[in-house]
Design a protein around this ligand. Structure first.
Ligand code: ZN
Length: 143
């Protein structure tokens, strides 16, 4: 089994609705995303001979993931989330908000990121998302 590993970091704000504690308030993290791409075999001919995939393909997809989340305020698309967005918009200042159909925890984000990478044709096998330097969530699916 061959496994490529590549990583990026991004800055993002969120809050956890319905959470008792300080994470109920809008706050930010510097996320670190470590992605593993695996294959039992290597390409046998052409441009990719001897490779699982080209690192530059992985990097290009990770750049798209970076741009999806970086410097955004990520809010769950529910009644409370829409109320927060309306309130922010009343200030007249436009915020770069990314509405997602889930509570933006490291667990839900790592699953979302896994599927975003997979649908771009990269044979991803594991996504590890660090919310802080010492806390992360790993998401993988059976191959
Ligand atoms: Zn947080």
């Amino acid at each position: 089994m061959f496994t490529l590993k590549s990583e990026i970091q991004f800055d993002m704000a969120h809050y956890l609705s319905g959470y008792e504690g300080k994470c109920n308030n809008i706050h930010g993290h510097r996320y670190r995303l470590v992605v593993k791409v695996s294959s039992e075999t290597l390409h046998e001919e052409g441009q990719l001979r001897g490779m699982v995939t080209d690192f530059s393909n992985v990097k290009a997809v990770l750049k798209e993931i970076h741009d999806l989340f970086d410097h955004k305020l990520v809010i769950e698309d529910n009644e409370e989330g829409r109320r927060v967005v309306n309130k922010l918009n009343e200030s007249g200042k436009l915020f770069d908000i990314f509405m997602v159909p889930y509570r933006p925890t490291a667990e839900e984000m790592s699953r979302h990121i896994y599927h975003e990478i997979k649908k771009r044709g990269i044979p991803v096998t594991e996504v590890e998302l660090y919310e802080t330097p010492t806390n992360s969530c790993t998401y993988r699916e059976a191959m």
